[in-house]
Unconditional design. Sequence first.
Length: 417
Amino acid sequence: MYKIFKISIIFFVLCTFLLKVNIIYAIEDPLAVSNNRFGIHIFAENDLLDAVRLVNSSGGDWGYVTFVIREDERDKSRWQRVFNNLRLLHLIPIIRIASSQEEYGWKELDVDDIENWISFLNSLNWVIKNRYLVIGNEPNHASEWGGQINPEKYTDYLIKFSIASKSASDDFFILPAGLDSSAPNSDVTMREEDFIKNMINAHPNVFDYIDGWTSHSYPNPDFSGSANDIGKGSIKTYQWEISLLKSLGFEKDLPIFITETGWAHNGDSENNHYQSTDEISSNFIKAFNQIWTEKNIVAVTPFILNYQAEPFNKFSWKKSDKEFYDFFYKVENISKNKGEPVQINSWDILANLQTEVNSFGNIIGISLVKNTGQRIWKKNEIFEIKINEKKYKINSIFFDYVEPKETSLMFYIITPE
């Protein structure tokens, strides 16, 4: 009688726990798990199938894609469809938020619009627990910040955005805008080191509000430098940037996201001065195998997978005839890691239809459950829960794959470990 009573109590506690899963919100260290650093920058969501072919090839899984969402594109239905597709394809999004374009270039990001951004971004069911956000783009160019260079205003925006986003969810992973390291001091540009120093002068603790570092590590001059170059204006610009931050008193080790890099090419023509696609193939092989290999690099997303018009067609990995340049295939064939990013796994028990305890003390049952997390449940899933320091394993069987927000019957066996 006591044994039955004890099992009943355990079962009651388990069912009570399962009714609603408590989720701990805080960013995850992307380098604490197996990580596939390969990624690509895309212009439109219809390039996702090509992206997954590139970054999840040759043993890889859960590579990265960087793309832009403008302030006039904040359509929840559209972007939830995109996120759901990314989830199916095992692609991790790095979102760069942007204003909108005017005659002189891009509008300045508006502090008064931050809450609209947070409301929109927080309404989405993200692909993984970390919500990677890049705040703006190259503000050391006047054309990227309302026709002016204003590091103080950018700093204010970055800090206020970080505070607002963390208030909504600690899963937001805030990254600063990538800067143009090759820009000189002029009427329309500012050297990166001067821009960063002005940011620190405006707010000495500005970089305490970021979770990682964004780098535009282009091989200059003219996007045509050697893969062997080092320092500022090379494909190792990120090293120079981190050294600069440390020299200015910022000691925190930041994970690095190289969201833009790559060589301009001559396409199938020999009529321009850029490197041949064969040379670029060799460059990327060397870069991925010998250079972008530091343990603190989370993602490398070269610019850009598919862009057929000026001024960015010289960076495109895809030809106008829908075939790819040779360097696409070379990178596709490089061995990659199987990423295992942290996803929220949560559920609601809508109804317990049948339960019993077998002779081994295991709980066997059928429940109607709703997937309220980020993972797509396979037909056979193993969940683990802990109650009072004791672990329980739930072996589950579903009729089919269960995507987030979907409801399904679950056949399960609960066993203590």
